[in-house]
Write a protein that binds this ligand. Sequence first.
Ligand SMILES: *[C@@H]1O[C@H](CO)[C@@H](O)[C@H](O)[C@H]1NC(C)=O
Ligand SMILES: *[C@@H]1O[C@H](CO)[C@@H](O)[C@H](O)[C@H]1NC(C)=O
Ligand SMILES: *[C@@H]1O[C@H](CO)[C@@H](O)[C@H](O)[C@H]1NC(C)=O
Ligand SMILES: *[C@@H]1O[C@H](CO)[C@@H](O)[C@H](O)[C@H]1NC(C)=O
Ligand SMILES: *[C@@H]1O[C@H](CO)[C@@H](O)[C@H](O)[C@H]1NC(C)=O
Ligand SMILES: *[C@@H]1O[C@H](CO)[C@@H](O)[C@H](O)[C@H]1NC(C)=O
Ligand SMILES: *[C@@H]1O[C@H](CO)[C@@H](O)[C@H](O)[C@H]1NC(C)=O
Length: 381
Amino acid sequence: MALSKFLLALAAASGAFAAKTCNVLNYGGVADNSTDIAPAIMSAYTNCVAGSTTSNPADTVLLVPSGTYALQTAVTLTNVADFTIEIDGALNLVFNASLTGTLFSFDDCNNIVWQGSGTIYGHGDLWRPGGNLGTYPSRPRLVRFQNCNNVDMSGVTLNNSPMFHVTIIGNNNVAHNMQIVADHIGETDGFDMSGNNNYVHDVSVENGDECVTVKTPTDGFVAENIQCFYSAGCNIGSFGNNVTGVTVQNIYYKNITQHNGDGGIVLKSYPTASGLVKNATYIDFTFTNIAYPIQVSDFWCPNEACPPTTGNLTWEDITFSSITGTGDNSTRPIIDVECISGYECTGIVFENVDLTKEDGVTATITVSNACGSGLSQLPAC
Ligand SMILES: *[C@@H]1O[C@H](CO)[C@@H](O)[C@H](O)[C@H]1NC(C)=O
Ligand SMILES: *[C@@H]1O[C@H](CO)[C@@H](O)[C@H](O)[C@H]1NC(C)=O
Ligand SMILES: *[C@@H]1O[C@H](CO)[C@@H](O)[C@H](O)[C@H]1NC(C)=O
Ligand SMILES: *[C@@H]1O[C@H](CO)[C@@H](O)[C@H](O)[C@H]1NC(C)=O
Ligand SMILES: *[C@@H]1O[C@H](CO)[C@@H](O)[C@H](O)[C@H]1NC(C)=O
Ligand SMILES: *[C@@H]1O[C@H](CO)[C@@H](O)[C@H](O)[C@H]1NC(C)=O
Ligand SMILES: *[C@@H]1O[C@H](CO)[C@@H](O)[C@H](O)[C@H]1NC(C)=O
């Protein structure tokens, strides 16, 4: 026997890998693509996981084994901790006009591992007939961890949610090594992150809205090795009309590629929002055909003229470093920095930023009410 096999056998015999598995097939789950899997997941939690966890989430595994399942209602787990949910099957969300909320919702949770080789198919196109986002405005979202800490999310592919894919709110959470693939349409956000010291790495997102984006409040966020296709970018915001108390700081993105998107790095706010975003660094980005490669704007008002400026949202100490590639063929500026008069953005730094236009036309840069270094348009502070 090879030494490694011997050690495995020994470990198994000594019970070192004695994880408790709570298989949904034993709690009413049927892999027939028609029985709703959600009640079986809830039952497996209540009747098998609950009360039998240890401090190690690997010891207690709620398993959806390979097979094809229907998903018709929401899985909502509140005040849960210390277990693994492993989805190896394919889950098909069944169209239902009354379905709202979030399909996998974890509230007040700690130390949860989400993993598996499966896929959740949201069939989002059915909630967007003819590409219309207004037909079912309360259509469901896929996964949300709210007030959750120490979550480790990976694996399971998320396919075409009716709305946003992943929202994580809490501290010390990680999402990694997973894929999101959706229609190239709005309101299909990939990862919306807020809280402290969260980390997203080695993920790819194809969609038509946020790729990996930071929301308020956040203190400490890192994103690395990200690929975005057709997305609206790796952004901060947006901060909407009259939002107060925005506080985002200590943000670091590195090694990001983005193809064919509306936005690359877009730091966006209405001119009526207030608060402070400071210390964000963007390094090693490669863009291809991005409508707004770099934009820092207090005048970001989608689908309407901006209301009169009453806010004071300020962007401070933002560094763009080693950023190359192309903006799209429109006349939009490749770099646009627009801050509020009287609340100038300070410490806006560009180093080794080499952006051109797809069609080789002159790339324009616009700057107002900001200071920093690295662009001739940007005055020193
Ligand atoms: C499962 O059902 C969905 C409709 O809810 C369908 O789109 C999908 O093709 C089915 N999958 C299989 C493997 O039959
Ligand atoms: C549709 O969703 C609503 C709300 O969750 C639920 O009450 C209803 O039973 C569902 N209908 C079907 C056919 O699943
Ligand atoms: C950059 O990210 C890509 C994935 O997008 C990965 O394959 C590559 O290894 C990363 N490079 C470094 C230097 O980490
Ligand atoms: C924002 O505040 C202004 C001034 O107080 C008010 O007129 C406007 O209705 C508010 N807008 C929204 C969307 O709340
Ligand atoms: C800025 O943020 C980075 C990344 O989060 C952090 O390492 C660094 O200490 C912060 N700098 C300051 C001055 O707070
Ligand atoms: C920004 O606006 C908010 C809300 O009106 C206010 O509380 C805060 O003091 C203002 N900050 C600055 C720096 O003017
Ligand atoms: C942009 O314009 C160039 C030159 O006309 C063309 O070769 C290229 O295909 C265009 N790119 C896109 C994405 O339309």
